[in-house]
Design a protein. Structure first.
Length: 266
């Protein structure tokens, strides 16, 4: 299936902030509940050890992604890291919640951060969870080049990691899931309730954006192609599978040449 960079409604500047925040809140809720990204912990630890990093700069953080579960897991596995959230549309309410619940192990940058041109004042090993597909190929390439130019390691993770009819079918029940999930999503926002049950736009937006996300997904070959010519870094791409939910997680990890990888995917 050919990659299509069609629009996601919540990405567009005309999308109301209440809907955009509700979309990222829902995505974070599902990510946390499923624990899908726990499977990448050994891979991330290996990359951090090889770069000597203990500060993670998370790009395109949305509402916080997997970090409220992942950061304590890394600590339990012997890797204590501080995480800094950044985003092109920073959600300060969600970021503050994560900072409080993590007891300040998670912090955030309140200003807009462009993943293709990260300010030098924001150091750290860069991560992106379920965000890389939002970038078109030129932006995706520029994001990798910026990490290389600043000498920072980078790791990109996408659950699903493939464009297929099966993946499209898997997202069709999203509207029903939204109706059941919204009362349990935190932080509580009246706007989310309104956009779900009074003016039921959120279930439709999430369905459309989920379909677009599948069509926008970079596969393993696409990711490898994006690293062409970036030879000062060593790149590793593959998949790991989450447990107990057998959902593949596609990854691309880049660290300065001279380091090697211990953890291999499929």
């Amino acid at each position: 299936m050919k990659r299509r960079h069609w629009i996601e409604i919540s990405d567009e500047p005309w999308c109301p902030r209440g809907i955009r925040n509700a979309v990222t809140d829902y995505c974070r809720f599902v990510t946390e509940l499923s624990g899908i990204y726990n499977a990448i912990a050994p891979l991330l630890i290996d990359a951090l050890e090889r770069t000597g990093g203990r500060l993670v700069l998370d790009l395109g953080s949305g509402a916080g992604g997997p970090w409220l579960r992942l950061q304590p897991l890394l600590r339990k596995m012997g890797m204590d890291v501080t995480v800094c959230f950044t985003d092109h549309n920073p959600d300060i309410v969600a970021f503050e919640r994560a900072r409080h619940l993590s007891r300040h192990a998670i912090m955030y940058h309140a200003e807009v951060v462009d993943a293709t041109h990260v300010p030098a004042a924001l150091p750290g090993f860069r991560t992106m969870f379920s965000a890389f597909h939002h970038l078109d190929p030129d932006q995706a390439r520029a994001t990798l080049m910026d990490a290389v130019a600043q000498g920072e390691g980078i790791a990109v993770f996408e659950m699903g990691g493939q464009r297929s009819v099966l993946m499209l079918l898997a997202v069709l029940p999203v509207p029903v899931r939204v109706l059941f999930a919204v009362p349990f999503i935190r932080p509580f926002r009246w706007s989310t309730l309104i956009w779900t049950y009074v003016v039921p736009i959120l279930p439709i937006v999430l369905l459309v954006d989920s379909i677009m996300s599948v069509l926008r997904m970079y596969n393993r070959e696409d990711l490898s192609a994006l690293t062409t010519g970036l030879d000062s870094y060593r790149w590793s791409t593959g998949t790991v599978r989450a447990k107990p939910i057998p959902v593949p997680v596609l990854y691309l990890v880049g660290i300065p040449a001279g380091a090697t990888f211990n953890v291999a995917g499929e």
